[in-house]
Design a protein around this ligand. Structure first.
Ligand code: SIN
Length: 329
């Protein structure tokens, strides 16, 4: 939460459609993401001084990527810059301008490694900066309103006036401006005319088993390759062939995007159990857009504790990375 005397908001630019440009102003889909610098993006938000109410704004371009190309290297840089700014007592919160495509993965990565008390707010846009009516400026304004709100803490995402938790946020539409959902968990709140209306009281996202110190974050910036974790999906006619190939290729972790409540085609399940017996870490998540895999007696493959397949992959990568640092993986 904001500390007394906090007087700065930091905006970190990462790229995405929010920083995208098209050759034609009316083109909302044929554009190049990650073209406009974060400082220029903020210049387009004319009412920013009203929301900032005298607080200083610091901007930093951490990367300029289309988030479909998100990499561990960018995540490392981002985590370090966030840790740096969070440790500055004058900083009230951080806003990150990000692409929508992998925003939910970055949110979960940052929440896990930073577990910040102060707000770290990811925002984005579905239309490029050159659109006739771009959604980026309003999303930035809303994100800053959230970062300044005394009730905000931890990593959250803000898009189309809705505040989502890092755990629940999920892109569920490829075109609509309101492209994110919190699924059946529901959003944390809404931003209305620069004011946040929280609809959930319990907004602290605890990840008890893993708190990374700044030193640990520095450790992840090592030359050791990141653990290889892949996602395999269950579907009609699935087989174990992909799993066997991946194991032969040295995969260290596998997330199964299962059908329903963690069910798997028997051939895929057998291959995953073989992989697990060979030392590969396996997690089961559900490919259903809502809900979670509910553990039951007799499960032989662990479930993802409610995380979606892509977030379970982030969790597995970090768990294996922590094991690498500790010399146990
Ligand atoms: C991206 O994810 O960087 C491009 C797509 C988007 O931001 O909507």
């Amino acid at each position: 939460m904001a500390q007394p005397g906090s007087s700065k908001i930091v905006v970190l630019g990462l790229g995405g459609t929010i920083a995208g440009t098209a050759a034609r102003a009316g083109d909302n889909i044929g554009y190049s993401a990650a073209q406009v610098g974060v400082e220029q993006l903020l210049e387009a938000v004319q009412t920013l001084p009203v929301v900032l109410a005298g607080r200083a704004l610091v901007t930093e371009q951490v990367a300029q990527v289309d988030s479909k190309d998100m990499s561990f290297a960018v995540w490392q840089d981002l985590a370090l810059r966030c840790a740096h700014w969070l440790s500055d007592a004058a900083v009230q919160g951080i806003v990150i301008t990000h692409g929508t495509d992998t925003l939910e993965e970055t949110a979960w990565f940052l929440q896990t490694v930073l577990q910040p008390d102060k707000p770290v707010v990811l925002t984005c846009a579905m239309r490029p900066a050159t659109a006739l009516t771009p959604d980026g400026p309003q999303n930035i304004l809303d994100a800053i309103a959230v970062a300044l709100d005394p009730g905000a803490q931890g990593v959250v995402a803000v898009c189309a006036g809705v505040v989502h938790s890092a755990r629940d946020v999920q892109k569920d539409h490829p075109y609509r401006l309101d492209a994110f959902t919190s699924g059946d968990a529901g959003p944390l709140g809404y931003v209305e005319e620069n004011t946040v209306r929280w609809v959930k009281n319990d907004r602290k996202e605890a990840i008890p088993s893993m708190k990374w110190s700044l030193d640990a974050i520095k450790n992840i910036v090592s030359t050791t390759p990141w653990p290889r974790v892949e996602i395999v999906m269950n579907y009609a006619g699935a087989s174990g062939a992909m799993v066997d190939l991946l194991v032969r290729d040295g995969v260290q972790g596998l997330v199964a995007a299962c059908t329903g409540n963690g069910s798997l085609h028997q051939d895929l399940e057998t291959a995953l159990m073989r992989a697990q017996a060979a030392g590969v870490k396996v997690l089961r998540a559900t490919r259903c857009a809502q809900g979670r895999v509910l553990p039951k007696v007799g499960d032989t493959l662990p479930d993802s504790n409610g995380l979606s397949p892509v977030k379970a992959r982030v969790a597995l990568v970090l768990a294996l990375r922590a094991g690498q640092s500790a010399g146990t993986a």
